[in-house]
Design a protein around this ligand. Structure first.
Ligand code: HEC
Length: 131
């Protein structure tokens, strides 16, 4: 009985931590004046094609991550597989705010040629969190 309770509490803690970090980021973006956030805006931004400044093929988030976030993606430059983005199948996703911000910075620069705004990042998180 005691073990069950301990396990239950541990489970809750893990769940709230995992859920908590995406929520913290959303909170940060709200504090930056953004919101409300929209899953459908996130979805359209995800597949939006951007012309690259170096004359290469147009690029989008889906170029590497695909459009079915429960499936693995493939890095368009290196060909390396990328684990699924959806937290429902890959619980490590969106749990580490530093990692999320680092990759937003890198991927937005590469894909859009600039950093994403807090509004765009919040919309992406809503979209990635859902499937
Ligand atoms: C050139 C390939 C590529 C493109 C295009 C790309 N990504 Fe990524 N993305 C990666 C790689 C590689 C990682 C890190 C490896 C991993 O986490 O599996 C990553 C990781 C991430 C993460 C970290 C998630 C987490 O919690 O682990 C987020 C968020 C993300 N990308 C969002 C985006 C968004 C938004 C776009 C479009 C603006 C985008 N990516 C476009 C390759 C790409």
């Amino acid at each position: 009985m005691k073990t069950m309770i301990t396990l239950g509490i541990a489970g809750l803690l893990v769940a709230s931590m995992a859920f908590g970090s995406a929520v913290n980021l959303i909170e940060d973006y709200r504090n930056a004046g953004a919101g409300p956030f929209s899953q459908s805006e996130g979805r359209s931004a995800w597949i939006q094609q951007h012309q690259s400044s170096d004359g290469g093929d147009a690029r989008s988030c889906s170029s590497c991550h695909g459009t079915d976030l429960t499936q693995p993606g493939r890095h368009i430059k290196t060909g390396k597989p990328i684990e699924p983005m959806a937290p429902s199948v890959n619980p490590a996703r969106l749990t580490d705010p530093k990692k999320v911000e680092k990759w937003f910075r890198r991927n937005c620069r590469w894909t859009l040629g600039r950093e994403c705004s807090p509004q765009e990042k919040g919309d992406f998180i809503r979209y990635i969190s859902k499937p």
